[in-house]
Design a protein around this ligand. Sequence first.
Ligand SMILES: Cc1cc2nc3c(=O)[nH]c(=O)nc-3n(C[C@H](O)[C@H](O)[C@H](O)COP(=O)(O)OP(=O)(O)OC[C@H]3O[C@@H](n4cnc5c(N)ncnc54)[C@H](O)[C@@H]3O)c2cc1C
Ligand code: FES
Length: 283
Amino acid sequence: MEKKLNLGSGCVIENVNVAKDHFVMSLLLTSICKDALPGQFVMIRKQGVKDPLLSRPLSLYGVYQTDAGTVLEFLYRVVGKGTWALSRLTGGDQVDILGPLGKPFEILPDRNHVILLAGGIGVAPLSYFAEYLAKDLDRPEERGEETASARKVSFYLGATTAAALVGIEKIERFCTEVRTSTDDGSAGFAGTVTELLQQDLAGLDHRNLCLYSCGPAAMIRSLSQLIESLDIPCQVSMEERMACGIGACLGCSIKVRDASLGWSYCQVCADGPVFDIKNLLWE
Ligand SMILES: Cc1cc2nc3c(=O)[nH]c(=O)nc-3n(C[C@H](O)[C@H](O)[C@H](O)COP(=O)(O)OP(=O)(O)OC[C@H]3O[C@@H](n4cnc5c(N)ncnc54)[C@H](O)[C@@H]3O)c2cc1C
Ligand code: FES
């Protein structure tokens, strides 16, 4: 497939501190971008800044067409230099953007119960996916009450504590149900979000289910073990560290199954970030 790259700039509209170390930033693009899909990401950095030099990958959290142009939204957590620099941006600041990049989530039309499972900041791409599904943007010709209600979307969100459960208001607007868990039991189910899912899976018709997930590697790994013997399709978005974002530096390689070689390396930025969970190999 021919790769389409857009290197452009954006103007910060606002950059709101929504919880401790968490921000929602919205940007107005200088170009119209109509093909930004859930699961895709951009490489982003403040214009003219040399430290850090490299852009950082952020998933699309929202995409809106306005009279002024395309607005992109990002939900991000400050963990180091790059995200700290982003958190200092204010309205009117300019950013460099490369994207949208990567493979989006694939919608499976014959599976009517969609489960979105997020750990921590993994909520960002899945929240946009929930909005996309709720607005039936994948089937514009069928939009209407009947189709919207035919698809059930359950959002499972796990975090360390109640304070780290971010983005719930948006999810609640677009999902049929929201299930939460915290490691310390301060909100929702006490335990991991995969344990909560495991408990619920027992009462569900697996033939109608499809799963999408994003979160820390340990969570994806336990999800992979949980559904190993189950016939439930599952796509996961991997959040490896990235440098170039376009398959040039090989810095984001992961091991995947390969039908002829047994295993091979894939670049998360160019071949993903969305993968079939059954193709991932764990050391
Ligand atoms: C496809 C993709 C989409 C992403 N979407 C989002 C998003 O929507 N919101 C968001 O907050 N973050 C997202 N991330 C993660 C985000 O890119 C990193 O947190 C960011 O690059 C860290 O940069 P930094 O300079 O702030 O931290 P650094 O100084 O580079 O690192 C600080 C600490 O964070 C750890 N770290 C850095 N990157 C990662 C990573 N990818 N995974 C695990 N640990 C890491 C480092 O090991 C280090 O301990 C995404 C990553 C990818 C690959
Ligand atoms: S980040 Fe350079 S190859 Fe993926």
